[in-house]
Design a protein. Structure first.
Length: 229
């Protein structure tokens, strides 16, 4: 069963695809569903994607495909047309179609995180605008990177780490690790017997080894944003 908003969204997307051949923008979906922010749209899309109702088309900022409809949905009626009408209609849609929009959503920005020795992860109230195309399914947040211990992985001081919220990760993935419930750091995660080893990506730094109960995964690195001054 879908929630009322999920059901409403998938119907709106399908209606727009039937009418124009182009999926609606995040702004249009936000207004159609009377939501306060685009992040709410992103959460609904991620939930529908995870449940197999829609999928995002790769390498396009504004492209959604409805894979299946909810079982209680009424199919949208389609008129019968001949081949010439179909070609003419498709041509008209192509002429009227707007240019794809680079949809941006706001995700929480939670202070700074160490890419060196662990520092306190500050919980903030600010947000960071992020192109939706950079984020996959799931809930995300951002942290500003402090330090240089991950430079060999292309992560530099001042970058914004885009993190998918999760409490588990595979060996070798870059994670946000909360150490002893006090400090957070961005490192490669490795399970080393009964311990957890947090590896830097800088030969000048040593790995950090903790007991398994001392480390909690707070998320996995999903992307980076960098500002050039």
């Amino acid at each position: 069963m879908l929630t009322a908003k999920q059901h409403e969204l998938i119907q709106f997307i399908q209606k727009r695809l039937d009418e124009t051949g182009i999926s609606p923008s995040f702004e249009e979906m936000k207004e159609a569903l009377d939501l306060k922010s685009k992040s709410g749209v992103h959460r609904l899309i991620s939930a529908l994607e995870e449940r197999g109702f829609i999928r995002r088309l790769p390498n396009r900022a504004r492209a959604l495909e409805v894979i299946r409809q909810p079982e209680d949905s009424t199919p949208t009626p389609r008129a019968t047309v001949n081949a010439n009408d179909t070609v003419a209609s498709a041509s008209a849609v192509m002429k009227q179609a707007p240019e794809p929009a680079n949809d941006v959503i706001e995700i929480p920005l939670h202070g700074r995180i160490a890419a060196g020795a662990p520092i306190e992860a500050l919980e903030g109230q600010s947000s960071l605008p992020v192109p939706a195309a950079l984020l996959g399914p799931g809930e995300h947040y951002a942290l500003e990177v402090s330090g240089d211990s991950m430079i060999e992985a292309g992560i530099f001081d001042g970058d914004f780490a885009l993190v998918r919220r999760t409490d588990n990760a595979r060996d070798g993935e870059i994670v946000v690790a909360l150490v002893r419930d006090e400090e957070a750091t961005l490192k490669y995660l490795h399970k080393d017997g009964g311990n957890i080893r947090l590896d830097p990506a800088n030969a000048m730094y040593d790995p950090q080894v903790y007991g398994a109960g001392e480390v909690k995964v707070q998320g996995k690195l999903a992307g980076l944003l960098r500002r050039y001054h």
